[in-house]
Design a protein around this ligand. Sequence first.
Ligand code: GLC
Length: 521
Amino acid sequence: LDYLKDLGVDAIWLSPCYPSPQVDFGYDISDYKNIDPQYGTLKDFDHLVAEAEKRHIRILMDMVMNHTSDKHEWFVQSRSSRTNPYRDWYMWQDGKGETATDKGQVPNNWQSDFGHSAWEWDEKTRQYYYHKFYIQQPDVNWDNPKIHEAFKDIIGFWLKRGVGGFRFDAITTLYEDPQLRDEDIVLDKDGKSYLNAYGDIALNDTRTNNLPGTHPVMQEMRAWSDTFNSSKFPGTRVLIGETYLPNIGELAKQYGTPDKPEFHLPMDTQVGFINKLDVAQFRAKLNDVETGVNGNIPLLVFDNHDNARLDARYGDGVHDTDIQRVISTMLFASRGTALFYYGDEIGMKTTPPTRKEDVKDPVGLTGWPKDKGRDGERTPMQWNAGPNAGFTSAGVTPWLPVPPTAATVNVKAEEGQPDSLFTWYQTLIRLKKTNPAFAHGDNLMLDTSNMKVLSWMRQTSGAPSVIVSVNFTADPQTVSLSVPNASGNVKTLLKTPNATDPTSISQIQLGTYGVYIGELQ
Ligand code: GLC
């Protein structure tokens, strides 16, 4: 906590730490009102919340409402007989053409996001159940009002303990097409169907993702969560959404309306997962989220536990640290809330398993070698260059191996070093908290025909505007900016060493992937 406080973090989203069989490493929950013994106890959790609070850090829980573990008591009951009161808590269907002796065919062509059919046959009660994710993660039935009450009860349980809010997992997949229509086949550029990494025919997901039913559910959860603000934990509890959506219009809907609010912060995954340093695309997508969400606060995110780290998606293998400065500048110097993943601040590298027998994430076994799973971005935090990078004692084998790059990429090597990536993150976060325009000013794109350098201005009334220029290339660039009614004189707030200290924004010189941030005088 002291480390995170020093970095400037003010809320921590914990991935699920409830009791779980750990098939999906916590995303398969068997008891929503406890802590998995391998992490500690509820008492330890309360201690964490209290210690975090002392440092003005909020703890956010991961709330998985799309599915439970197959070992959860609700599902154990549900699968025990067709007449069990919990039967209707999950998505049960007859097979197509099913008879007393023949299970028939799966109800339709729906696929699990982790490969193969989304329907699993249950011999005891002779029906199929639906699972968007692993077989051990049966989807709950949101048409059943009891599910709504059960999750409100769970949310209340954690809010009463003082958590700052939730990140709602897989929230766009709560509902499916009630008519169970097949998904459409996706065609490649030659008009042909093709196989995905799991060897299945690639389908689109319009029948099982982003159906409108999620909106009333989130209105309900928001209204409920808003009743929990207390004097002990003042301020609004924050609701964050895992919202991979096709466009800005769909993202805008996730905030709800002033009368019926939904998420405070649905994640914008359009900007952060462009996965290519392309100035035009970043300009367009950052502009979308600035202008397309009805003045709500964007939540930018470039990295998480489900995707290869930044080096693998944006790096060139030579200038990865410089490129991370480029990325983090977009993250922190744009309007909105910045969400980042542990280890980004020191430049941890994606380190996927090299042998199939080392894979831990089941999806990496199904997809091997095309999809090696998510182990590569889930390796231990690198604290120092000692044994196990200081994550655990020497001689202990951690769950996932410590990347060899830990010898140089670690907190100890970077903390307090003026030119380190860690210090860069720390400075950006400090600016975000202390400089009014940088903190909440509007974003205005500048020099919009430049395809090598992305420049923008942050402006708010009553404070000097801030200018940001980011070189997306390995070649030196000079930009000439002008802002109406401003002298153009500028004072540096932060820059990479290879950027010159300009006196005017009409001459900003940036070296390889250079960044300049200055305040208009
Ligand atoms: C979300 C989580 C991912 C998990 C999946 C199923 O996408 O981020 O880690 O596997 O939901 O719960």
